[in-house]
Each structure stands twice: as structure tokens, then as C-alpha cells.
Design a protein around this ligand. Sequence first.
Ligand code: ZN
Length: 423
Amino acid sequence: MPTEPIRYVTKVDLTKPGDQQPHLHNRWHPDIPFAETIKPGETVKIECLDWTGNQIKNNDTADDILNVDLSRIHYLSGPFNIEGAEPGDALVVEIKDVQPLERQPWGYCGIFHKKNGGGFLDKFYPEAAKAIFDLEGIHATSRHIPHVKFTGLIHPGIMGTAPSAEVLKEWNSREIGLINDIQHQHETNVANGPLETNSHPGSATGTLALKIAKEGARTIPGRPENGGNCDIKNLSRGSKCYLPVYVDGAKLSVGDLHFSQGDGEISFCGAIEMPGVITIKVSIIKGGIKKLSLKSPIFIPGDVQNHYGPSRYLTFEGFSVDEAGKQQYLCATTAYRQACIRAIEYLRKFGYNDYQIYLLLSSAPIEGHIAGIVDVPNACTTLGIPMDIFDFDISPEGNFEEKDMKNCAFVEGAKHSVTYDYK
Ligand code: ZN
């Protein structure tokens, strides 16, 4: 029997904004119309835009990062009708491959301005910055972060099924509840409720489009019920992911493809973001939610992984004593931030500025782990940098020679301190 060619269920246009492409959408809602139907057992290719929908350009300024419109993100491909899937089932999504598009062999990592998006270290690095990466086969290099080359552990940042009307209601009520409870204590958004502005409801029009705009959940957080924006770097080629189904046809969506990412995706625009194509095969486990006790997605990583030798990671320890010297109680977030700061202080000795290192920790295959979470009062985390991604020796036994590391892209004329004094 002749083998059928692999079918593309979506193609994207890199010259048009995402909201002019009806097989994409940027909110979670059960009523977004199906983009296409996929049969269980069928292998298909899905093209995706980068998460901002073509807003970021390959140049040497960060103007586009500064002015990025976050009401538009994320542009996801779908939702797909998985034939026969019903509420209560589980989808098994096998990630057969992920690749950049041949027509755009580059990606970007950005640091959002503190007043527009921010990121994990925006207290110290408030300015917008950007690094463009050239993608050559399995390798990434950047003119904005010289002397580094690494292999991408390529993956989708977002994969998820649509919420039912009940699940969506639950999301909105608990996230708006959080905003009401604690927003006043914070400078930046603690969560984002539904936003009508720039809602893209796929092919929906008229009153349906308006309903989706009013009720649709933002795609920014991952959520326990459907996964969504999990940003798990190990959900790479060969992985199998098990997702709960809440609506007929499952309404599977995928997007936010990453050529590479460090654990934590710390700068928020923090992976090597790119448009690309993902190849998947989907099957259904009937009654899978009950059978697997599937209250959140589970996955089995694929057998394509980075092979930087396990003994070749320079690993920084971080504890939950914050940068002001204040004792925090078992806070893994504080502890991981401290591990990042320790890595920045170390790598700047070679001539990189802090923004370049922040971009690198976001986008390179960094291993972040929780070590101890019970030894009161300190949580301990680790951040491991593969030493072999540098073309010089960064080990503690090396000679710490400062090099000309050029610069990442900034906004022209912006006042930025490239070295933060942590004391
Ligand atoms: Zn992303």
C-alpha cells in the first residue's frame, strides 16, 4: 500500500498579522470554531506563528520588544477537532518533530520593559533588550551573545485542549479573585482577566466573536486543567503528552514554538521564540480522565535530548535569602532568583553584560532544579549551565580572561545600567 503524504492542517503567513489568519486564535474558549479535523492515528503537520504573531523583527534594536502588544498574544494554531474525542477522554499527543520554518531560519529572545511585560529579574533589569539567534540545523548562535553555540531542545511552549464553559468560568473566577486579593501589593500584573481588545476568536464573527472576546481566558499562564503555556523544555521531540478532554472534539491547540529554552524561561519572552512546524500524531483514551486520574496533563519525555555531559554543568546554588539579605520562608522563587543572580555575577567576568547573560540564561539549555524544599527556613535551588556551549573555558579553573562580547540589542538612546550592583 502506498504511504500517504503527510498532511498540513495549517499553514501560516509570515507577512500578515496573526489576527488576519482565521486558523489561529489567541484566547481559550469552548466556542472558538474548529480550524480543521484530525483523525486519531493520523500524523499531521501544523505550522505556527511565533507567539507574538510576527511583531518582532530581525534587526539590532529592541524597539519592537519595548512596544510589543501583549493584548494580542499568544497566537495558537487550531483549535483542532480530534474525531471521536468526548468530554472525559484523554488525548495522547505524540510530538514527532518540531522544526523552524525554512523561510525563517532565525528566532529571538527578548527582555520585556518593566512597564510592558517585565520578567523574573525586572527589578534589576527594567529596560527592553533582545538577542537574535541564527538557527542552523540543530544549532543556535547569536551575534548579540558572541562565543556561544548550543543545540536546541526544540519544543512547543503551549499545547492544550479547550476548557468547557464550566472550566472557563472557574478559571476566570479564581484569577479575578487573585487580582482582587493581592494586585494592590504589586507593581506589575499578578494575573490577566479576559480582555476584549485584540481578541482573535479564529473564524468566529459577529455575536459569537464578541462572546469569546468578553469571556475568553488569556493564554499567558499554564493552567492545571488543560496545560496550555507550560513552557517545559523537555516536552521535546519524541515526547508523549496526555491531555484531559472537556469538549466534543477536544479542540486541541498548539503554538509558541521554542528552538531552545532554559528552565524557568526567566525573561518571559525568554526562549528562542520562532515560527515553525510541529508534527504530531493524536490518539484517544476513552474515559482517560478517570482511568489515569488525569487532573493535570502528564507526559513522557522523548528520547531526543541534549547530551552535554552531566559532569559538564557549572551549577550555581540559590537559597531563599533575598537580594536585600532578608530571610524568606522556604520560597523556591526567591531561591531560583538568587541562583540566577549568582550565575550573572560569575559570567560577567568574561566580558558579557548583565542583559546578555539574562538573555542567555533564558534561552540556552539551562537545568533548573529544586534541591531542598523542607530545610526551614531555606529552600535551595540549582541552576546548571552547560560549560560546553562556550568556545572558551568558563570553569572555575580557567583564566577568566575578559573578551570583547559586543552587545545585545537595546532601544536607541535608552538609559540602561548594564551591570547591576548586588553589593
Ligand atoms: Zn514562548
